[in-house]
Design a protein around this ligand. Structure first.
Ligand SMILES: NC(=O)c1ccc[n+]([C@@H]2O[C@H](COP(=O)([O-])OP(=O)(O)OC[C@H]3O[C@@H](n4cnc5c(N)ncnc54)[C@H](O)[C@@H]3O)[C@@H](O)[C@H]2O)c1
Length: 455
């Protein structure tokens, strides 16, 4: 099929490259000329494992442009809108980018049947709204009503940064919402190789054992839109629930990792998203839980469970600072090393990263903060040059003479550091393991004071 993807961020680029790999003719469009220039030169502007390799393999089916005129929208079968939908101060999703994209698409929809797909996470009702925007933009530009040869669908995205390609090629399910059966049929056909799992897997990304088909959920627009918010909020609250239990395990002398194992083996609960720690961050959970709470307000409701998941989560960041204060007594003039700055491993993304809040709070209290990360420091230096954090490319530079070490992001390389030698360079061998990730017994054997979460 002929596919256009609007927005070449983590979602848009992954979707575009994966669909090109599956044999579709894909044009990726972004208003950021820097990103498009890089992509034209075969450089991937974000850090996402496997993406450069798959882009290389799929190059023949990919085009990149900044121009709506040159994207071939009028002859495309499917146009994905995959632009950002960040939080507004009141928690609602900011739909400015979606509106700009829809306004630009409307006049370019022609006689060829095109499905316009909201892949961005958008509030309930946005499918209808985008339909209206397309119609109005067409009418403004052409002076007549469109002939109706397009339909709007919602196809929410569930990929995880860091394993985005795996999640796209081998998803748990595909959700397609529309009031138009042609739209559902077109998208079902587009996803057919994924649903049937009959494409040859890339050599570096083998199909998981036993995966022979992927379920598709076809539904109305509003249900598809709500599935995305409900799924993310549920995952967020699973983690927050464990963090709440972790504070109790600390009080009673139990170990949250044992509790998590004990309840995770219950097939009704499952083992994933039960890791206590300094909580979630990133581009989705914070903004999507905030949006769900804001949406419920519109309908005169409150969502106390989702709100509580948020409260517990953001409290974890303060808990880190309170714990350091308790241990060090005085933070002024002390040096804290943050191991990891990205909101999770295998990404360079800093959106709503716990590291930022922790660093801000520590600096406010007079501490010096040094931070290291294998891939996120480029973004950190560019986006947060005035945060007051000293960014260190080498972990050892961040750790030298530190009074406390906080493991913020569970990058596997941090387990391979020579903690025996590092201890000799520290001012004070205190580790706050914010992800319960390091080898506690080994660190204690080496003479560290080790503090985990809920242990
Ligand atoms: N990142 C994730 O893990 C993830 C997972 C699931 C869903 N989502 C959702 O997908 C959407 C995109 O997220 P992302 O992380 O890829 O965002 P992103 O910020 O990485 O990328 C968005 C891109 O859209 C471009 N853009 C903005 N306005 C545009 C316009 N009018 N025309 C063309 N391009 C435009 C931006 O330049 C940017 O490159 C969001 O709604 C997000 O909630 C994200």
């Amino acid at each position: 099929m002929k596919v256009v993807v609007i927005g070449t961020g983590y979602v848009g680029l992954t979707t575009g490259v994966a669909l090109a790999y599956l044999g579709n003719q894909v044009t990726c469009l972004d208003i950021d000329p820097g990103k498009i220039t890089k992509l034209k030169q075969n450089q991937v502007p974000i850090y996402e494992p496997g993406l450069p390799e798959l882009l290389e393999i799929s190059r023949a089916n990919l085009r990149f442009t900044t121009s709506y005129d040159e994207a071939g929208i009028d002859s495309s079968d499917v146009v994905f809108i995959a632009v950002g939908t960040p939080s507004l101060p009141d928690g609602n999703a900011d739909l400015t980018y979606v509106k700009t994209a829809a306004d630009a698409l409307g006049p370019r929809l022609d006689h060829h049947f095109t499905v316009v797909v909201n892949k961005s996470t958008v509030p309930i009702g946005s499918g209808n709204w985008v339909g209206t925007l397309l119609r109005e933009a067409y009418a403004r530009s052409k002076g007549s009503q469109p002939d109706g040869n397009y339909a709007v669908a919602s196809n929410p995205e569930f990929l995880r940064q860091g394993s985005a390609l795996f999640d796209t090629l081998y998803p748990d399910r595909v959700v397609i919402g529309s009031e138009d059966t042609r739209a559902i049929d077109t998208l079902t056909n587009l996803y057919r190789p994924i649903l049937n799992q009959d494409f040859p897997p890339p050599a570096f990304l083998p199909r998981p054992d036993g995966l022979s088909a992927v379920s598709v959920v076809t539904c109305d627009l509003a249900s598809a839109e709500l599935i995305k918010y409900a799924a993310n909020s549920f995952l967020a609250l699973k983690i927050s629930y464990m963090n709440e239990i972790a504070h109790l395990t600390e009080k009673v002398g139990a170990d949250i990792t044992q509790v998590a194992r004990g309840i995770g083996l219950d097939s009704r609960i499952g083992p994933r998203f039960l890791q206590a720690g300094i909580g979630w961050g990133g581009s989705c959970f914070g903004k999507d839980t905030a949006a769900l709470v804001a949406i419920s307000k519109e309908y005169g409701m409150s969502m106390p469970i989702v709100q509580a998941a948020r409260d517990v989560n953001y409290h974890q960041r303060t808990w880190v600072v309170d714990t350091l204060l308790h241990e060090l007594k005085i933070l002024k003039g002390k040096t804290v090393a943050l191991l990891g700055f990205a909101f999770k491993p295998n990404t360079d993304d800093l959106r709503d990263a716990p590291s930022l809040d922790i660093a801000r709070q520590l600096i406010q209290r007079g501490a010096r903060v040094r931070a290291t990360d294998p891939v996120a420091l480029g973004n950190a230096r560019q986006l947060y040059p005035d945060l007051g954090v000293i960014y260190c490319d080498q972990p050892l530079d961040a750790l030298r003479k530190a009074d406390a070490v906080v493991l913020v992001t569970e990058w596997s390389e941090y387990t391979r550091l020579n903690w025996g030698e590092i201890k000799l360079t520290l001012n004070n061998p205190l580790i706050l393991d914010g992800r319960n990730f390091l080898d506690r017994h080994e660190l204690e054997r080496l003479g560290y004071r080790y503090i985990g979460v809920g242990r």
